[in-house]
Ligand binder design. Structure first.
Ligand code: TRP
Length: 356
């Protein structure tokens, strides 16, 4: 079976390094493996489910997210970029799928559940049902693989249930997708620079892919470490210490050779910190070097495409057209399977005419 990827992001803000380690990085790897056809979608409709009164925010962030994609190394020759609202299948299929999902099941979806808990039932219907819309996004392209952060796992689970119900009732039309998540637990959900369990725009604890070198450095200098590690001689904790959590994910041996040759690897650095005698400034400076090295090429690619805005628009326009054509084909099959293809169905036409 052909391997197809569908994934995407809401255009409600710029993407940050949590997005990068959680999913963008693997999208680039999957793209470059040459083994998949990859669709990457800017989910403007999903963003509207809880921003109905603020469409300007979505317009502002649409091209920002696209630039983030290009900055991390996704390429239009290898990945189809498109905008959700430009693809009619994505709002036709949810109408059919909605009948296969009970209210009780929707309310068990962790994202929906926590919002209901907070806002009771004062939630837009569109928001409560967005897991159904997400199932449409995935199945419209017969996606086999969905690279996402681990917070999205319940969405994939719900999609799989919809696929199973649909195929049981109407025949084997939809493809059962699987999630692709990072191997390391730290990367699956990157902590914020303040040590909060999640890097998120609303908490203001993010390092953005587009941050300037100065901003990156000042954020790293403010990072949460070990509050009991006051003097350099004090023994320090590496667990829960954000600098070490990030080093675990980002630091490679070659970084030590280049920037901190006194240590061969992270184990040695951790051991010294735990013994005492290693200051926070040293580890923060090292992390800063590592992060700057990672983010510099992204900044350069962003600048390159910022000089070529008409080209970037064209990529999205072309991609959206292709996404429309591809998903329209699947919709035809779905309509046929559900018996909604009246005017193309000779049997339906004949039996109607002969019976009158
Ligand atoms: N829910 C995803 C997010 O919040 C965005 C998204 C919409 C998505 N449709 C999708 C992700 C389909 C993967 C597959 O980032």
């Amino acid at each position: 079976m052909k391997k197809i990827i569908l994934t995407g992001d809401r255009p409600t803000g710029s993407l940050h390094i949590g997005h990068y380690v959680g999913s963008l990085k693997s999208r680039v790897e999957l793209q470059n493996s040459g083994e998949y056809e990859q669709f990457v979608m800017i989910a403007d409709l999903q963003a509207l489910t809880d921003n109905a009164e603020n469409p300007a925010k979505i317009r502002e962030n649409l091209m920002e997210v696209m630039l983030d994609y290009l900055a991390v190394g996704l390429e239009p020759d290898k990945t189809h970029f498109f905008i959700q609202s430009q693809v009619p299948a994505l709002f036709e299929l949810p109408m059919y799928y909605a009948n296969l999902v009970t209210m009780a099941r929707l309310e068990r979806n962790p994202t929906v559940k926590s919002e209901i808990k907070e806002r009771e039932r004062i939630l837009p219907v569109g928001f409560i049902t967005y897991p159904i819309s997400q199932a449409a996004d995935i199945t419209a392209f017969s996606a086999t693989h969905v690279p996402v952060g681990s917070d999205q796992l319940p969405m994939i689970e719900q999609t799989r249930e919809i696929v199973e119900s649909f195929n049981r009732i109407y025949g084997e039309i939809l493809t059962l997708p699987e999630a692709v998540i990072p191997k390391s637990a730290n990367a699956r959900r990157l902590v914020g620079i303040d040590g909060n369990a999640k890097m998120s725009k609303s908490l203001g604890n993010c390092i953005y892919l587009k941050d300037t070198p100065e901003l990156i450095k000042s954020k790293i200098m403010k990072m949460y470490t070990d509050p009991n590690h006051i003097k350099v001689e004090d023994p320090g904790q590496v667990e829960g210490n954000v600098v070490f959590t990030y080093l675990d994910i980002f630091a490679k041996e070659e970084h030590f050779k280049k920037y901190l040759p006194k240590y061969q690897n992270l184990e040695e650095l951790k051991a010294h910190y735990q013994r005492g005698g290693l200051g926070d400034i040293t580890i923060k400076n090292f992390l800063n070097e590592v992060m700057q090295e990672l983010l510099k090429p992204m900044r350069e690619r962003r600048e390159y495409f910022e000089q070529r805005k008409p080209e970037v628009l064209e990529m999205l326009k072309k991609g959206s057209q292709l996404a429309k054509e591809r998903s329209d084909k699947l919709v035809l099959e779905v309509r046929k399977a559900m018996g909604l293809n009246y005017f193309e169905d000779e049997l339906f036409i004949k039996s109607y005419i002969n019976n009158v």
